[in-house]
Design a protein around this ligand. Structure first.
Ligand code: ADP
Length: 208
């Protein structure tokens, strides 16, 4: 756990702003699952963190594909899993979670939000960390139960059955986000009624 990160990262080369006032932590895990199931870990971490935050604050935190926690339309936090695999076996995975807790508007990037900005209340990041770790621990065995993880995630997804746009490396997909697969890919029904499965990219909510 760090008070401040000077080189916080998001996906790819994106920077993760981590000033004082947030909760920035990583845990090392050695899940006994074959490597193709590793994407589940990120979704399990997202639903556990969401639940812990809702229990502790009463706020309705939602999930955005693939790795964001949001309040309303603004980004509250993100999750990153990096791993070492040998063939199909997982040597270890590092689960990193970053959450905006006490920062004011000036300490947040655009389109971001902190718990304090919504509730007006200052919180101890260590107490939230404890709640999140407890929740991860108690749901950890669900790694053997992908459908329960993905159903929970989908139930709490902010763009469930709404219009989205996903920017892929070479392509953009626009349509209704219809479902999430157990491999973590998102199913989109495009405007010309085709079903597209996207596995990477950045998602934007469309409000029309
Ligand atoms: P995506 O832009 O697809 O959500 P990531 O999940 O990797 O990509 O998150 C990185 C992005 O999140 C950054 O490019 C920036 O726009 C935003 N960001 C950086 N730091 C924070 C933060 N502390 N809170 C909310 N959003 C942030």
């Amino acid at each position: 756990m760090a008070d401040v990160q000077t080189s916080g990262r998001g996906r790819g080369r994106k920077k993760w702003e981590s000033p004082k006032g947030g909760l920035w932590f990583s845990i090392i895990l050695r899940p006994k699952v074959p490597s193709p199931r590793l994407p589940l870990l990120q979704f399990l971490a997202a639903i556990a963190t969401r639940q812990a935050l809702e229990n502790e604050t009463g706020l309705s935190v939602r999930l955005k594909w693939p790795n964001d926690l949001v309040l309303g339309n603004a980004k509250l936090g993100g999750i990153l899993v990096e791993s070492k695999t040998i063939g199909e076996s997982v040597a270890f995975a590092i689960l990193g979670i970053g959450l905006n807790i006490n920062q004011g508007k000036a300490q947040l990037p655009p389109r971001a939000i902190s718990l304090r900005l919504v509730s007006g209340k200052q919180r101890d990041p260590r107490l939230l960390l404890r709640a999140i770790l407890d929740q991860i621990r108690s749901s950890y065995d669900d790694l053997d139960n992908p459908s329960s993880i993905m159903e929970d995630w989908w139930r709490n997804c902010v763009h469930r059955l709404t219009r989205v746009q996903v920017t892929l490396p070479k392509d953009t997909v626009t349509g209704i986000s219809r479902a999430i697969n157990e491999d973590g890919s998102l199913v989109i029904e495009t405007d010309d009624r085709k079903i597209r499965k996207v596995s990477e990219g950045s998602l934007r909510l469309l409000n029309d």
